[in-house]
Design a protein around this ligand. Sequence first.
Ligand code: BV8
Ligand code: ZN
Length: 236
Amino acid sequence: MVGAARRLAVLTGAGISAESGIATFRGAGGLWEGYRVEDVATPRAFQRDPALVWRFYNLRRANLASVAPNPGHHALAMLERRFPPGNFTLITQNVDGLHQAAGSRNVLEIHGAIRRVRCTGCGLNEDRGTAPLPDLPKCERCGALLRPDVVWFEEMLPADVWRRADEAVRASNCLLVVGTSAVVYPAAGLIDVARAGGSDIIEVNLETTPASCHADVILRGPSGQLLPRLLDLLPS
Ligand code: BV8
Ligand code: ZN
């Protein structure tokens, strides 16, 4: 299916970064660095206690400094090079930047990136890497509070990035779904879009998910092992 795909779209979630040592959202029973994601990854939480939310994100940013892409990320970067530009789109829910670090080029970060900060006042948007930030980082331009440039629950996804992701899935004839529990929308809705368009759907996951019943092929196991093997099976 992958070898025969004219245009391939890939949707990844936290599972593809698990073997890099980054905790998944729902693996630890929804508790994350001791926080419930739904309690800290929301505009209300930031309104209520911005320092707490920044402590949560600074923990994750600091963790990024010591993690690297795993063979699953690298396999997707290699896979992209088998397709003409524009015929391969990697859509990720992850905010860790590991796909780009592995060399993937056409990456749509539909939930943003925790390396980037955004000003709540003047809209300044810049990459701060994994350098430690204070609990209440301020904009050096206008003095307003900075926020992580990620999409929180109940927030709209970046309109242009989302449109390109939706278009890429509609235009593809194969969707590879890797390491996502397929419960967060509208990201998980891309699987329904692929199905409605008659795309082949392949799921790579340790467990059964709501996407599994729509998959033509299920590769059950760790993506860090299965994606390189999938790549090896393709005609050279
Ligand atoms: C929106 C960025 C419009 C921040 C994230 C009720 C029903 C349905 C929907 C809703 C509802 N109530 C509210 C909603 C909408 C809500 C939603 O979907 N909620 C869910 C929880 C029910 N969605 C939103 O709010 C979205 N916005 O809808 O806007 C709107 C506007 C106004 C008012 C209403 C609506 C915004 C969603 C984006 C939230 N931001 N992240 C941050 O990272 O801090 S979501 C967060 O979850 C991450 O992006 C993460 O990627 C994503 C999904 O989780 P997964 O990636 O799938 O990770 P998870 O841990 O769940 O699963 C890991 C999987 O990997 C598992 O299956 C596991 O088996 C597998 N795995 C593990 N190891 C491996 C592996 N697989 C392979 N190999 C391995 N080694
Ligand atoms: Zn500012």
